[in-house]
Design a protein around this ligand. Structure first.
Ligand SMILES: [Zn+2]
Length: 602
């Protein structure tokens, strides 16, 4: 392994590791029993509950320390049974910690506002008030514990079973692939995704058509699952007294409804930027418009060379050093302390991530570096996550939990620092420039067009489902019309994907509703932050780091107001962020004809 995991534990399954786990399991059991004996939060029980909360926080830190360690080992050796067994034991322990969470909910659910304020005001809980408020808000929007228990038990064979049914259907579904050379082949649906991003348009179209024929055959089953999942949520929200079906997703995202509406208002009003990029892409393919199966296709640009690991490190370091010296200093520390696992080796899991331990305030970055420019971006991205954790290192555990909406701020910011740093190098060739620009812009299709389609579709589905079941053909019509509206004239008439609601797994994740919008939020927030950095220069960085520090201490609009003085509940911030795509877009528009990809050149 490239990374050094010894600061976590000297050896896997050694005496320190064993003792740590035994102590943790014992403390969880003891604390849960102690909490269960306590009456609801009030003046008499306040100091006891404060102590439970503090110890709960410590348990959370220890659990994530040992989880990060086990996960890191398992990623390097996916087939290792000892690591897998250990991960299984940790998920059992995690479930025990959740029971402790249920006791905490019981404590705050029956308490008065004054009791909550008094608890949050205790000196030993300083910095934990957002955590306590959220605990209470969540508890108030739940049914009484016995009913929640029943709902959880029935959920296993109900809403979650519908999700599993979908997984089984999609996992076993096959389709007929008619290759452009006349060959016919039966393929698993999981192979379709890479074919619909194939550089050859005929391959993409064949995979799209063959795949949708198969989805059409199971459309009624998928529609039944989708209706059951949405229907169950409506019933639970009614019982829990949740006023709107978006509220659960907004709570998880830690944003207000006004923020969400302002963001989508700006996205719709400025969608033209993303459409311009799509037109550029269509022309690079020799077309006037795109079809749905063109969306994930790469621009047909070739880069000249691959990058070595040493080259990648100095590219990242150089870009950080020029724009953001303290990020470069952090990156040096990451390398010196061997926090990165990068080498391609057999047995490693695919993908990249950053994991961290609040106990030792260290992060680890996992990736497989294969020499592509995209791998260099991945390195900057994951180091950005590690920097976020580093900036929060002196905060207490309860104020270090940031929601998905704010989780990608530092990572995308670091990626943009790298990308702009590379673009400012006059020695790079036009092809590499085009690749870098297209990488920045390519995401705009997903975040400004595709995800808004998913959101608007899902919202309309929930509105209709509140009244009645929605049939498969109605779902197809709703999906196609939403795509036409949002993509506008960039999408060829008839080039929609009416069955996207059936083929997209995200609509069937039974544990999370409205899975997609936090990605658009994160993308635009970090672009907006970066735009402010470019405008204000180094004086912006302390405010940026303050924002990162506060990501676990408030709703997004409060955090942005405190750290930056910006209003996320008005469309202007979001519109500015989208408009920051205009300069790279204009440059790419100029560049493509020079490398033979302009209008009429193919
Ligand atoms: Zn990330």
């Amino acid at each position: 392994m490239n990374w050094d995991l010894s600061p976590f534990f000297p050896t896997f399954d050694g005496p320190e590791h064993r003792a740590f786990l035994a102590d943790l399991a014992r403390d969880v059991t003891e604390l849960t029993a102690e909490a269960a004996r306590l009456a609801v939060l009030g003046p008499d029980t306040e100091s006891a509950w404060a102590s439970v909360l503090e110890r709960y926080e410590g348990i959370g830190a220890r659990l994530s320390h040992v989880w990060s360690y086990t996960h890191a080992l398992g990623s390097c050796d996916a087939a290792n049974e000892a690591y897998r067994r250990e991960a299984g034991k940790l998920s059992v322990l995690g479930a025990e910690v959740q029971k402790l969470g249920v006791e905490l909910q019981r404590a705050v659910r029956g308490a008065t506002d004054a009791d909550i304020a008094s608890l949050a005001g205790r000196p030993e809980l300083a910095g934990a008030s957002f955590f306590i408020t959220r605990l209470r808000d969540e508890a108030l929007l739940s049914m009484e514990p016995a009913l929640e228990g029943l709902a959880a038990d029935l959920g296993t064979d109900g809403i979650h079973a519908w999700g599993r049914l979908y997984d089984t259907v999609s996992g076993t579904l096959t389709f007929e692939m008619a290759w452009p050379d006349g060959r016919r082949e039966t393929l698993g649906m999981s192979q379709r995704r890479s074919l619909t991003s194939n550089p050859d348009r005929a391959v993409r179209e064949a995979a799209f058509r063959g795949g949708n024929e198969a989805w059409q055959g199971v459309a009624d089953v998928a529609a039944a699952a989708l209706n059951a999942i949405a229907g169950t949520r409506h019933s639970l929200y009614r019982r829990r007294g949740v006023p709107h079906f978006l509220d659960a997703a907004l709570f998880d995202a830690a944003i207000s409804r006004k923020t969400l509406d302002a963001m989508f208002e700006a996205v719709e009003a400025n969608a033209e930027v993303a459409r311009r990029f799509l037109r550029l892409k269509a022309r690079a393919f020799g077309q006037e418009e795109v079809c749905w199966y063109d969306l994930e296709a790469p621009l047909p640009v070739k880069t000249e060379s691959t990058v070595t690991w040493e080259g990648a490190r100095s590219m990242v370091r150089g870009a950080f050093q020029r724009a953001y010296p303290s990020l470069a200093g952090f990156f040096d520390q990451v390398l010196d302390k061997r926090w990165v696992e990068w080498e391609p080796r057999a047995g490693k899991q695919p993908g990249a991530y950053c994991t961290s331990s609040p106990l030792i305030n260290e992060s680890r970055v996992f990736m497989t570096f294969q020499g592509a420019l995209g791998d260099v971006s991945t390195l900057a991205h994951e180091v950005g996550h590690a920097f976020h954790n580093w900036v929060m290192r002196d905060l207490r555990g309860m104020s270090r939990h940031y929601p998905m909406t704010l989780a990608e701020s530092a990572s995308t910011f670091a990626e943009l620092v790298l990308s702009d740093g590379l673009l400012s190098d006059p020695s790079i060739g036009d092809e590499t420039r085009a690749v870098l620009l297209a990488e920045q812009l390519g995401d705009s299709t997903a975040f400004l067009l595709d995800i808004p389609v998913r959101f608007q579709f899902e919202k309309a589905l929930y509105e209709r489902r509140a009244k009645e079941e929605v049939g498969a053909s109605e779902l197809c019509e709703l999906m196609a019309s939403t795509q036409r509206r949002i993509f506008g004239d960039t999408l060829r008439p008839g080039g929609e994907d009416p069955l996207f609601w059936a083929s997209k797994l995200h609509f069937y994740i039974s544990s999370v509703s409205f899975y997609n919008f936090p990605y658009t939020f994160g993308y635009l927030l970090s672009r907006g932050l970066y735009a402010q950095f470019k405008e204000q220069g180094a004086s912006f960085l302390p405010r940026y780091e303050e924002l990162l520090r506060l990501t676990g201490s408030g709703l997004a609009h409060d955090v942005a107001k405190t750290a930056l003085g910006r209003d996320l509940e008005a469309p202007e911030f979001w519109a500015e962020s989208i408009r920051s795509l205009e300069a790279p877009l204009a440059e790419l528009e100029q560049l493509l004809p020079k490398i033979g990809l302009g209008p009429g050149q193919r």
